[in-house]
Design a protein. Structure first.
Length: 169
């Protein structure tokens, strides 16, 4: 595959998503990551049962009578692999329907970096590590909203104090 518009087929069962001694691992080559760096890590153990159910029960139903492939994420509508764009659209639709807010994958990343900055305590580079950025400035400038959030909280506290003092504007 070459060219900027080619869809990378990641993750794929048996290639980038593997079972190793009863645990699932994600192993992404550089071409499958946003940062163009290889990523390899175990899936949290508490997800193993759910992954097993998906792979043995749900995924075969989604594929139906169509020819099987090793794509991990399968469309309920077509039985074929999800593209990155399809997954992003689905995440946005589900979050809008569930919580009333369209939360795109990019906003999940922003929320992760902001939460890490606000509650990470002694881990100043937690957001950068979470997002896989090699340069901490990228995380701070494009994802971390903790400063804005903290400023809004401070302003709210000042406004409440002013309001509760009985003074009128």
């Amino acid at each position: 595959m070459s060219g900027p518009h080619q869809e990378l087929r990641c993750p794929r069962i048996g290639n980038t998503f593997n079972e190793v001694h009863g645990s699932w691992w994600i192993s992404l080559p550089f071409k499958c990551t946003k940062t163009k760096g290889q990523e390899e890590r175990p899936v949290p153990e508490f997800l193993n049962h759910a992954i097993g159910l998906y792979l043995t029960q749900a995924r075969p139903v989604l594929i139906g009578s169509r020819s099987a492939n090793n794509s991990l994420w399968i469309s309920t509508r077509t039985g074929k692999r999800f593209t990155t764009k399809n997954l992003g659209t689905l995440i946005s639709k589900i979050t809008l329907r569930t919580i009333g807010v369209d939360v795109s994958p990019h906003l999940f990343r922003t929320a992760g970096a902001t939460t890490a900055a606000m509650y990470g305590g002694d881990n100043p580079h937690l957001g950068r590590a979470l997002l896989g950025h090699s340069d901490p400035r990228v995380t701070y400038e494009h994802y971390n909203r903790a400063t804005t959030t903290n400023a809004a909280k401070e302003y709210g506290a000042i406004a409440r104090q002013y309001y509760n003092s009985g003074r009128s504007p």
